[in-house]
Write a protein that binds this ligand. Structure first.
Ligand code: TK8
Length: 345
């Protein structure tokens, strides 16, 4: 083989290695475009009026600015690419780069996330933020790597409240036999069974139609979702129970994240954090407006009394034991309880 062909061969190999190199870290840089830029494709289960979508818009603005255009972000909202489970699976596969999901369905992928489904765990959102943004929250994000997912942080879904179309829920007995849609999460199902309801696990995207057709009597979600997804159009009663605080976990395909150069990895992490603070503030600012929208739609609103909350917590004691069994890590539960105790002072 003549010398010229060998030289060309070596040169082409060098160019190839250079391209992989500028594609950034990770095992192959296979995620970079030929011009060295990166595309983040976000799939979101939320409608565009929800603060979670506005959080993604803020993320896009920050990442495109701070990366000087090296990263381009495209957002697909309204569940067009699927709901929590499908989007989590798509992020594992890499067909979607990034998503958010309530932590409850994610517990089916990584069981330590069941921690956040323990009823009446967080007394207020500030305590939730401290725990989520602290060492325990980070540990759970790191646990996702075994699923091919880079856990990037937590935004707010919020404290969950009960709506239904049958009758006011003012006391524990009013839950008896109520057909209540739950998230696909065995701790939620166990809790509502224990309280005497008739829980039906269902993907979020099917919920409005199920309520409209009376396939289920009720559901439970934070006010922002009851408002943004117009559940007030097909529900007559709301009980402010705040029985669980659900975080959104922000997830990215692990290979993609590792393929980014260190500086762009930091840009992504910083943007998730800053967009998260922005989203949490929007949730706080809009809460009263959402409640007013629900009231103006003619929904009767009731507040669960402290006594009735205490009765529910007492009735739910076996569910805490079930949760400990499912999570299977007593140390983790003890750490969670200690952090809740520490931050809720
Ligand atoms: C949105 C869901 C929703 C959750 C539910 O996709 O399913 O009730 O609260 O936020 O994650």
């Amino acid at each position: 083989m003549n010398k010229k062909i060998i030289v060309i061969g070596i040169a082409l190999m060098m160019v190839g290695l250079l391209l992989v190199g500028c594609g950034g870290g990770g095992e192959s840089g296979k995620q970079a475009n030929t011009d060295g830029t990166y595309n983040i494709k976000i799939g979101s289960p939320l409608v565009e009026s929800h603060p979670g979508h506005k959080g993604f818009l803020k993320f896009k603005e920050l990442v495109e600015k701070e990366s000087n255009g090296k990263i381009k972000v495209e957002i697909f909202p309204n569940g067009v690419l699927g709901g929590d489970r499908e989007l989590t699976e798509a992020v594992q596969l890499g067909t979607v780069t990034m998503t958010l999901s309530s932590t409850s369905p994610v517990a089916n992928f990584e069981k330590s996330f069941y921690l956040f489904d323990l009823p009446f765990l967080f007394p207020d959102r500030e305590t939730a933020y401290q725990v989520l943004d602290g060492p325990l929250g980070q540990k759970l994000l790191d646990n996702l790597s075994s699923q091919g997912i880079k856990g990037l942080g937590y935004w707010e879904n919020g404290f969950r409240h009960i709506t239904n179309s049958k009758h006011p829920i003012k006391k524990l007995e009013d839950l008896q036999g109520l057909k209540l849609r739950t998230m696909e999460n065995k701790l939620h199902i166990a809790a509502w069974k224990q309280l005497g309801a008739n829980p039906t696990p269902m993907a979020f995207g099917e919920l409005f139609t199920a309520l409209q057709q009376r396939t289920v009597d009720g559901q439970e979600n934070p006010l922002a979702l009851i408002d943004s997804n117009k559940f007030y159009e097909v529900q007559d009663y709301l009980t402010l129970s705040g029985h669980v605080y659900t975080p959104f976990v922000i997830m990215m395909n692990n290979d993609f994240f590792n393929s980014l150069p260190q500086d762009l990895q930091q840009v992504v992490l910083d943007a998730v954090k800053e967009a998260g603070e922005y989203q949490r503030n929007l949730m706080k600012e809009q809460e009263d407006d959402s409640l007013q929208v629900i009231k103006d739609a003619g929904v009767e609103v009731y507040e669960l009394s402290k006594d009735e909350k205490d009765r529910m917590i007492k009735a739910l004691e076996p569910v805490y034991d079930e949760g400990a069994k499912i999570i299977g890590d007593r140390k983790l539960i003890d750490q969670l309880m200690a952090e809740v105790e520490k931050y809720s002072k």
